[in-house]
Design a protein around this ligand. Structure first.
Ligand code: IPD
Ligand code: CA
Length: 272
């Protein structure tokens, strides 16, 4: 079985196991602080267990880096890492806001740039985004590409959850200049929407995002023709470590990157 099929199957199983749970009181059960540093909710635990049980069942030899469960070595002859955010957008999932997803990626080494496969499933409806290195990105049945034409409405995604007042000040010219800014509350699904071409740029400069929130989106965006930069506008890469916290910009083309970089006062490098 190809790695991408394993991730797709695991993701489907998460959807089956959590679709009735989201938005219920039971979803919120507190399991203490997870490896990623946030409270693990019952829905997070149910979703992670689904993936771990499945990987064990098919005997997939890997190391899992889960947001709640931490590093789980399923073999001492590992083929690589499964980077798992079984529920991204947990607050939405617990409250019943229909915008949350699962994010599963596979990497052959311990950096983002070693990611070969990624799957993001919108858990409000089961729709799936996926990509494998050099094979393109897909949404449900069809191939997807970032939107690189001049749009009728420019949609600017910005994650500002818990942003400092300094960052909000730096971002304020973007809000003044652009009427259609968006923030939905599940980073991985926002990256998937960007890859699908419904947003022109997605910005998260808070320095808070973990590798689990970004890993599948990373390959889905790249394979959809998008560009990913770090806070200094260098090509994005990072260690697959629990200490890593990332700022990033996903841009569909150089023009929109230049425009936003100017507004936030960031010096430009070339696209990767
Ligand atoms: C969160 C979401 C959210 C982002 C937070 C993340 P989680 O992931 O991606 O959009 O603003 O920084 O922690 O905790 O729901 O998996
Ligand atoms: Ca999570």
């Amino acid at each position: 079985m190809e790695v991408i099929e394993i991730l797709r199957e695991a993701s489907k199983k998460i959807y089956e196991n959590v679709k009735e749970l989201a938005g219920t009181e039971h979803a919120a059960g507190n399991f203490g602080i997870g490896a990623g540093g946030d409270i693990s909710r019952n829905i997070d635990i149910v979703a992670e267990k689904t993936v771990l049980d499945y990987l064990k069942e098919i005997n997939f030899e890997c190391i899992v880096l889960g947001e709640e469960c931490g590093r789980v070595e399923l073999s001492n002859n590992s083929k690589g890492y499964i980077i798992m955010d079984a529920i991204d957008g947990s607050a939405n999932a617990v409250r019943g806001v229909p915008f949350f997803c699962s994010s599963l990626a596979f990497a052959t080494g311990s950096k983002l740039s070693f990611i070969t496969d990624g799957v993001i499933t919108d858990l409000s409806n089961g729709e799936m985004y996926w990509a494998s290195k050099n094979k393109g990105s897909f949404f449900n049945g069809g191939q997807i590409k970032v939107y690189d034409k001049e749009p009728i409405y420019k949609i600017i995604g910005i994650n500002t959850s818990g942003a400092s007042s300094e960052l909000m000040k730096r971002l304020s010219p973007v809000y003044e200049e652009h009427e259609h800014t968006r923030h939905f509350g599940a980073n991985a699904l926002e990256m998937a929407l960007f890859a699908r071409g419904v947003m022109d740029i997605f910005i998260d400069l808070r320095g808070k995002i973990r590798i689990q929130d970004i890993a599948a989106g990373y390959i889905i965006i790249k394979e959809a023709g998008g560009f990913l930069f770090d806070a200094d506008l260098n090509p994005l890469d990072a260690d697959l470590s629990y200490e890593t916290r990332i700022s990033f910009i996903a841009a569909s083309n150089q023009k929109i990157l230049d425009e936003i970089a100017l507004l936030i006062g960031q010096q430009l490098n070339n696209t990767n």
